[in-house]
Design a protein around this ligand. Structure first.
Ligand code: PLP
Length: 400
């Protein structure tokens, strides 16, 4: 085996999560372990749970589970539904497909609306399904807010309007795993029943924590559901949360980190954080367009502020391109997943990312594309810089 030489400089982790961890969060997590049944942890846990509500913009109950996002999908389903219940989902991309598979594995009946993986969900289709369900057999509508595999966003307020317009009582469950912390998300105002988040993307943390914001209606369902559950049980988790007590050993180190992560977002300001993500996404799209390539998301209103998926021209394998960029420029780009594997690569611009990081990443992509024979792939970095200059001028005008 050939010994690899040291790569100088820092690795560019431009996958759409896990995202790079800011120094302050790393330091917060490097503290000594504390007694998770002692007063110091109780104070930390109650503070973090209170602060987490601001991230989901909710007054409702929030839970922190030591799990990946997949665990949060499961706890949402098993705490609110019963085996055989019908749920409505839509095929936005790979993560919607996985959530559907889980629902079916659990014994739920899934009505899965087919889509082409290039847009968010059309709320009119949801409304049509709900209207035709006159006997209210659909118990939950489950949507992926930011489909990380395609870079398409579903407009959740429009989905809520579809539920309200039809007077349908189904629960609204939303996967915010790659959106929370990176884009505006309003659990209460959008009347979401269960919002599911993860630590490793917009929240700038390592993987390992999942979050759920739970409406009073969903919490009530969790008292009556017939799914057997134990580790994921909301009632058990809820029993001691007001005094900062978890039913089992909590991930104390990660909770220190979460405390600091929320501080960082609050200090930057929610609006400024979301605007930064929009700016980075817009500049990335300007680069993609200058290269003569297409984004996987084909609807202007649905572009993700967190991730841009780029379609490779026929004849160039996106995975070969990513491997080249990794070995040549020490940069990790996101892979195409599921049915777009090898056809798409993804540029993550979420979490602790700024203009210069993205310009560096785009320079790596641009050079990589040229090395792969795409000689027209030029001017992307310049287009991104122009996009940043325009944003800067607008901000200066606004401030004047
Ligand atoms: C939108 C979305 N949902 C669910 C998941 C699954 O989360 P995890 O890999 O943390 O289990 C991911 C992971 O990337 C995701 O992006």
């Amino acid at each position: 085996m050939v010994k690899k030489s040291r790569a100088a400089g820092r690795h560019f982790l431009q996958i759409p999560g896990p995202s790079p961890i800011p120094e302050r969060i790393q330091q917060a997590m490097s503290r000594q372990i504390l007694d998770h049944r002692g007063p110091e942890f109780a104070e930390l846990a109650t503070r973090v749970l209170r602060k987490l509500k601001t991230i989901f913009q909710t007054q409702s109950t929030v839970f922190i589970f030591p799990s990946s996002g997949t665990g949060a999908w499961e706890q949402a389903l098993v705490n609110t539904l019963s085996p055989g219940d019908k749920v409505l989902m839509a095929e936005t991309g790979h993560f919607a497909v996985l959530w559907r598979a889980m629902a079916e594995n659990l014994g739920l009946e899934v009505k899965f609306l087919p889509m082409d993986w290039r847009t968010g969900v059309d709320a009119n289709l949801i409304e049509k399904e709900l209207r035709s369900d006159t006997s209210h057999t659909i118990k939950a509508v489950c949507m992926v807010h930011n489909e990380t595999s395609t870079g398409c966003v579903t407009n959740i307020p429009q989905i809520r309007s579809a539920l309200n317009a039809t007077g349908h009582p189904a629960l609204l469950m939303v996967d915010t795993i790659s959106s929370v912390g990176a884009m505006d998300y309003r659990h209460d105002e959008w009347e979401v029943d269960v919002s599911i988040g993860g630590s490793q993307k917009g929240m700038m943390m390592p993987p390992g924590l999942s979050f759920s914001a739970v409406s009073p209606k969903a919490l009530e369902c969790s008292q009556n559901t017939c799914f057997p559950r134990s580790y994921w049980s909301w009632p058990e988790m809820n029993a001691g949360l007001d005094v900062g007590a978890f039913p089992y050993t909590p991930a104390t180190g990660l909770i220190y980190g979460l405390d600091e992560a929320i501080n960082l977002i609050t200090e930057e300001g929610f609006e400024a954080t979301f605007a930064r993500h929009e700016r980075l996404a817009k500049a990335t799209r300007a680069a993609v367009s200058a290269w003569g390539l297409e984004t996987q998301c084909r609807k202007d209103t649905d572009h993700s502020p967190a991730v841009t998926a780029v379609r490779m021209p026929d004849g160039i394998n996106a995975d070969a391109f990513r491997a080249h960029v990794l070995s040549t420029f020490n940069m990790s780009l996101g892979a195409g997943l599921g049915k777009v594997a090898g056809r798409v690569f993804r540029i993550g611009h979420l979490g602790d990312t700024n203009e210069l990081t993205i310009l560096g990443a785009l320079a790596g992509v641009e050079m990589g594309l040229q090395n792969m024979g795409l000689s027209q792939a030029r001017g992307g970095v310049e287009a991104a810089m122009a996009s940043f200059s325009e944003a800067q001028s607008k901000a200066t005008e606004k401030a004047a």
